[in-house]
Design a protein around this ligand. Sequence first.
Ligand SMILES: CC(C)(COP(=O)(O)OP(=O)(O)OC[C@H]1O[C@@H](n2cnc3c(N)ncnc32)[C@H](O)[C@@H]1OP(=O)(O)O)[C@@H](O)C(=O)NCCC(=O)NCCS
Length: 297
Amino acid sequence: MIDSTEVRRRLADDALPELLVHLGFRDDDAVDAVAAATTVRRRPSELAQVARFASLLAAGVGRFRPDEAPDPWEQLPSDREDLALLALLASVPEVRAEHARRRIPDEVSWRSLSDLGQQVSVNRRTHGRFGLDTYGWMRTAWSGGLMWLGRLQMVPKPTTTGWVLDTHIPATGPLTPESVDDSFARAVTFFRRHFPDCPATAFACTSWLLDPTLAEVLPESSNLARFQRRWTLVGQGYQADESVLYFVFNRRADPEREIDHEALTPTSRLQEVVLERWRSGQHWSVWSGTAPLPQVD
Ligand SMILES: CC(C)(COP(=O)(O)OP(=O)(O)OC[C@H]1O[C@@H](n2cnc3c(N)ncnc32)[C@H](O)[C@@H]1OP(=O)(O)O)[C@@H](O)C(=O)NCCC(=O)NCCS
């Protein structure tokens, strides 16, 4: 149980800046995070809310089956993603303890948790301000299972037939085939060693990157087309224009309105083909696929 006193201590001015560096916060985001913590430390009822959310996050640590972990955001007031962000910061010691229990090297532990800083920086790129609109996703990282190994992130995921390594692609530069090979190879050894209780038999991925029509409009030699060829699709895709708008144009769709295609100016080949499809009245989809684990000694 993390109480208000403990949150106040963990988010104090003398503790927070160093933590934010470990978590990959950019300087401007770190300044805003410290300011948000200072404000909430002075408001007992908000501090109590952060303590409650942080305790729920801590209760989800080590639980990779979604139905086993409580949803910390069920009672998050709307427009208060700052409280979610502070709860994530306040529950870092519990996630770090889980990493330590699994003997995950410090460097990998912090790199994996630095997904938070990355998400906050994407938030600024998307909305032009400090925040964390992906607090829902952060539960996955805070389960203690998300490992950022080289270019890719993976997390053990239970399926009806056993465990897979669910693969995520952070927006940190090109997705070269070599970087993917490297991450895949590292993941096999790493998860075998540190997650023997989740014996994975394949990689899995659910993403707009697997929309098979993407390969039809991008060169065969592009990183995206080559990434896609690794995966065997499972089931059918589902329409996900909002996801593509977010990952390709760094914009959030307004649920009340259609996407305004005319307001988007393409600056890359991918953006051009995405827009062309929308302007012709068609859509983009998210698909799921699996890829075999490479043989490693
Ligand atoms: C996945 C990702 C790294 C691939 O980028 P990449 O390695 O540059 O891909 P390619 O080399 O195949 O790109 C082909 C073209 O599309 C462009 N492109 C690729 N991804 C782009 C993106 N997300 N936004 C805008 N343009 C993009 C490239 O600039 C290139 O255009 P150009 O030929 O005009 O230079 C990139 O799309 C990305 O960072 N995405 C955000 C994270 C994400 O979507 N994760 C999955 C979440 S489910």
